[in-house]
Ligand binder design. Structure first.
Ligand SMILES: NC(=O)c1ccc[n+]([C@@H]2O[C@H](COP(=O)([O-])OP(=O)(O)OC[C@H]3O[C@@H](n4cnc5c(N)ncnc54)[C@H](OP(=O)(O)O)[C@@H]3O)[C@@H](O)[C@H]2O)c1
Length: 514
């Protein structure tokens, strides 16, 4: 691990990147929040880093009537507010010349006739070879008309043709249970071959998430001890400080298990638990992850109360500001049983992980915004420096921080200077921003570039999406059978309900505070 003082400067051009061909990038939902806050800023940053293809067009779609100029002004504002790198006039003006807008309703077949005409006209004037990427940044209810419209108009190309290519990016939520996820996959699968479909989970584009595989498989010290003989347990935490805010309509139908665990947290679990893939080819990596899913013990009705805790936040204080309870938030039903917090314990039943619990917890209105994976190693024997059973030594913990400050730390026990022979836990810290001298690219930058390069390794394959929904749906069904009208509560601004503390304390362990 490089000490924090040793700074390494790497320019984007030094990175190993697959070649990216000129293409048109069509954003369904171009007038929406995601396009404005994430997608357009990501494309602009790729341009600044010299990573966009030599020629490209960005075409936004939405119902809102807007001219190209109005659209450019609106996304410019998004870049000013949300871009990783500041807006600079010259590159922005050059970028903006490639940005266009088309108004239309996804449910109107005419939209696709007009889209085809506009796309072909732009492809001619920018001399593009016909490569097309379609981003579904729209509610899932629009997926069917859009896929059918793309197929009917011929915009989707011939499935699986390599050149020119047609690719589709599907945003979450990909379903709200197994049946709805299968329905979405059927709809996209009718028109696009699996190799053309990129199901996005932006966590997979985050630097530390990508680093999980590097830490495990590019260092010789971790892999030999990465198993049940040396690891006591794993904790995965995703904590948010905000309440439900303006997203009540979506959140009431989702809840913490669907919103966070089904996708982001299970993906983290797969990366921690997977076997070493024999290559980095996308299907080889995804096969290794899929194996973990196959080994994940289902949490059924018989053990759902023992293995899961769900709760809702009540009135409290967050960062000195009063916060209403979840049931009093705008758009939330006063008798809602949607969980804003979930903690669970699960097991990967294979040779490597036999008996090692994975504790997952996520919630809204918690004291800190943080996402991290903590791998806690087994205690040393109670001899030598750990002989005092009243004051057991702190175990080694490897913590991979995904946000807010990407990096990792390793807790080890050290001798305290002096004559008394005391020991104390200390941390070796590595922060991406400090060591590599520049902030990490946003997850969407990495992922959009992957789609242009045709690399699906950081995207979810159909079988994995459906298998993870099957695992989650078992828990949802078990919860439904409990017919709980009130969930355990936790005060906004605290670390969750006492029931979640008991879940881990009953095993003689404690939650690690990020
Ligand atoms: N925002 C995020 O950070 C985020 C993160 C992860 C996933 N997502 C998902 O990504 C999708 C988009 O999110 P968002 O936050 O951008 O939502 P949003 O701000 O509500 O935008 C929705 C977009 O879809 C368009 N749209 C909706 N129905 C349409 C129709 N019938 N015909 C044509 N266009 C239609 C809207 O166009 P008009 O407004 O012009 O009508 C708008 O551009 C959602 O499914 C969301 O769950 C969002």
């Amino acid at each position: 691990m490089a000490p924090t003082s040793q700074r390494v400067d790497i320019t984007p051009a030094q990175e190993t990147l697959s070649p990216v061909e000129p293409c048109i990038f069509v954003i369904f939902g171009g007038s929406g929040d995601l396009a404005r806050r994430r997608l357009i800023p990501a494309l602009y940053n790729l341009l600044l880093d010299g990573l966009l293809p030599s020629n490209y067009v960005v075409l936004g779609l939405g119902r809102t009537a807007m001219s190209d100029e109005e659209f450019r002004a609106s996304v410019r504002d998004g870049v000013v507010k949300h871009s990783r790198q500041a807006l600079v006039e010259d590159p922005w003006n050059s970028f903006a010349r490639h940005v266009f807008y088309l108004a239309g309703d996804n449910n109107d077949p005419q939209t696709y006739t007009r889209l085809k005409a506009r796309a072909e006209e732009l492809e001619r004037s920018f001399q593009l070879p016909g490569n097309r990427i379609f981003y579904l940044s729209i509610p899932p209810s629009s997926f069917t008309p859009v896929c059918d419209g793309l197929a009917g108009s011929g915009l989707a190309g011939v499935p699986a043709t390599r050149s020119p290519y047609a690719r589709i990016i599907v945003e979450k939520p990909i379903g709200r249970d197994l049946a709805s996820a299968q329905a979405i996959n059927r709809v996209t699968g009718r028109v696009f071959d699996e190799s053309q479909i990129f199901r996005i989970d932006h966590y997979l584009g985050k630097e530390t998430v990508q680093n999980l595989m590097v830490v495990r498989f590019a260092n010789s010290i971790f892999e030999p001890i990465w198993n049940h003989k040396y690891i006591d347990h794993v904790q995965i935490t995703v904590s948010e400080t905000e309440g439900v805010g303006t997203r009540a309509t979506y959140y009431e139908e989702a809840g913490a298990l669907r919103d966070m665990v089904q996708n982001h947290m299970l993906q983290l679990l797969f990366l921690v638990a997977m076997e070493p893939p024999y290559s980095l080819a996308s299907d080889v990596v995804r096969n290794s992850k899929m194996e973990v899913l196959r080994c994940l013990r289902p949490i059924t009705a018989k053990d759902v109360e023992q293995f899961t805790v769900r709760a809702q936040y009540t009135k409290g204080t967050a960062h000195g500001k009063p916060m209403p309870g979840y049931r009093c938030e705008k758009g939330v039903k006063p008798d809602s049983t949607t969980e804003t917090y979930v903690a669970l314990k699960c097991f990967v039943e294979n040779w490597r992980w036999s008996g090692v619990p994975f504790y997952l917890r996520t919630g809204k209105a918690l004291p800190l915004r943080a996402s991290e994976v903590a791998v806690q190693f087994k205690d040393t024997p109670q001899i030598l420096f750990n002989a005092n059973s009243q004051m057991p030594q702190a175990p080694n913990v490897l913590t991979l921080r995904i946000q807010p400050e990407e990096g990792l730390s390793l807790r080890i026990v050290s001798r305290v200077p002096g004559t008394r022979g005391q020991t104390h836990p200390v941390e070796m810290n590595f922060k991406y921003g400090e060591v590599f001298g520049r902030p990490s690219p946003e997850a969407y930058e990495r992922l959009l570039l992957d789609v242009m390069a045709g690399d699906a390794s950081r995207f979810m394959r159909r079988d994995a999406v459906e298998a993870s929904w099957a695992w989650i749906t078992t828990i949802l069904d078990a919860w439904e059978k409990l017919e709980q009208r009130w969930l355990p509560e936790y005060q906004a601004g605290t670390w969750g309900p006492v029931e979640a503390d008991r879940l881990i304390q009953d095993d003689g362990r404690t939650w690690q505070i990020p």
